[in-house]
Ligand binder design. Structure first.
Ligand code: ADP
Length: 353
């Protein structure tokens, strides 16, 4: 099971993308130190953190596991980190897996029967659980028991297994894809939003301290601005700028090093990368700015529709470059201005970076 998780998270060499959903090898190694382990280290998402504190405190007072919790929001905003923090704050263990990794009911039964009292079971991409597995989860969530069917046909028998009381934490980038029965079994629901610049500045300062990287204040703000509201992207950009500063400069991250490094990686002033700009260009050139469906954009770009829906679209909507209409997605004037379609291409490029 653990192998499946690791396989899913590691990208093939040479395919690293600065806004990728998946973790790279480097992330897996470095996140161990950068991932906040206590609630006090978790920056931003104030309302969520306040509510979570109450839920944790109440559960501890009642000496019960915390209620099953669903965390939704774009990738890289801290869902996995929060699951680890909840386990840490409750003083329990966490078992982590993902929807695509538990394809057979047997996989899930194995995981559930190994949980100890109060443990956290974290299921990433929970909207991708198969139907059969989902049905096994209902009684486990509701009554902490599972029905296991042994043998087939006339000999089929159902055995009930009692489980220890645990907390299921589900994470999803698409809360809308969760079935109603699964969604209704969660007692707590939190949505994570893109981070403000001020919070990203704090996250970058904390990471720079842990990684022992000297960074100028204005450079920290510039990296935050280009992190598309995501701590994962912020940490990743910090590391790329560090590489540049160490190889091309004297090691210190300055504004100049930041601008040069990010330009070399195709990250523009708004934090858009090549894929974001390709999506905008295709919408402009092939679909006259829309309205157009995601499937058509994805097909033209030879990208997965999921990549566009999960990673590209939410941020473009957030910064007002895209809008959703009943007939599809449409580019806004801000997107046109940023891309400078009507201007001299060289001039537009200069302003963009
Ligand atoms: P998700 O599960 O939503 O994809 P993660 O929890 O894996 O996101 O977060 C990605 C990385 O971003 C973490 O390893 C951590 O380094 C950083 N991170 C996320 N949220 C925060 C936060 N609120 N404060 C500090 N760092 C964070």
């Amino acid at each position: 099971m653990k192998k499946d998780i690791e396989k899913k998270k590691v990208m093939p060499a040479g395919r690293e993308k600065l806004i990728a959903t998946q973790e790279t090898d480097e992330d897996l190694i470095l996140n161990i130190s950068l991932r906040p382990s206590k609630l006090t280290d978790f920056v931003g998402q104030k309302e969520l953190v306040e509510n979570l504190k109450v839920s944790l405190e109440a559960a501890k007072k009642r000496r019960e596991p915390m209620e099953h919790t669903l965390l939704s929001g774009p990738p890289g905003l801290g869902k996995t980190s929060l699951a680890h923090i909840i386990a840490h704050e409750m003083g329990t263990k966490i078992t982590a897996t993902s929807g695509p990794a538990v394809q057979r009911a047997g996989d899930l039964v194995g995981v559930l029967t190994n949980l100890e009292e109060g443990d956290v079971l974290f299921i990433d991409e929970i909207h991708r659980l198969s139907k059969t597995v989902e049905e096994y989860i209902y009684p486990a969530m509701e009554n902490f028991e599972i029905d296991v069917i042994m043998d087939k046909g006339a000999y089929a028998r159902t055995y009930k297994f009692n489980l220890k009381r645990f907390t299921l934490i589900g994470a999803t980038t698409r809360a809308g894809l969760l079935t109603a029965p699964l969604r209704s079994r969660f007692g707590i629901f939190h949505h994570l939003d893109f981070y403000e610049i001020g919070d990203l500045v704090k996250i970058i300062m904390r990471s720079a301290k842990i990684l022992n990287i000297p960074v100028d204040d204005d450079a920290t703000v510039e990296i935050s601005r280009r992190s598309r509201g995501s701590p994962r992207v912020a940490n990743r950009l910090l590391r790329r700028v560090r590489d540049w500063a160490q190889v091309k400069k004297d090691g210190k991250i300055t504004m100049e090093a930041t601008e040069e490094a990010l330009k070399s990686h195709g990250i523009d002033k708004m934090g858009l990368d090549n894929v974001d700009r390709k999506v905008i260009s295709v919408m402009h050139e092939s679909f006259a700015g829309g309205p157009v469906g995601i499937e058509s954009i994805a097909a033209t770009l030879n990208e997965e529709p999921d990549t566009i829906v999960d990673i590209v679209e939410p941020f473009l909507l957030k910064i007002g470059f895209l809008k959703r209409t009943p007939r599809g997605r449409e580019l806004t004037k801000s997107a046109y201005d940023h891309m400078g379609f009507s201007r001299n291409a060289k001039e537009a490029q200069k302003e963009m970076f």
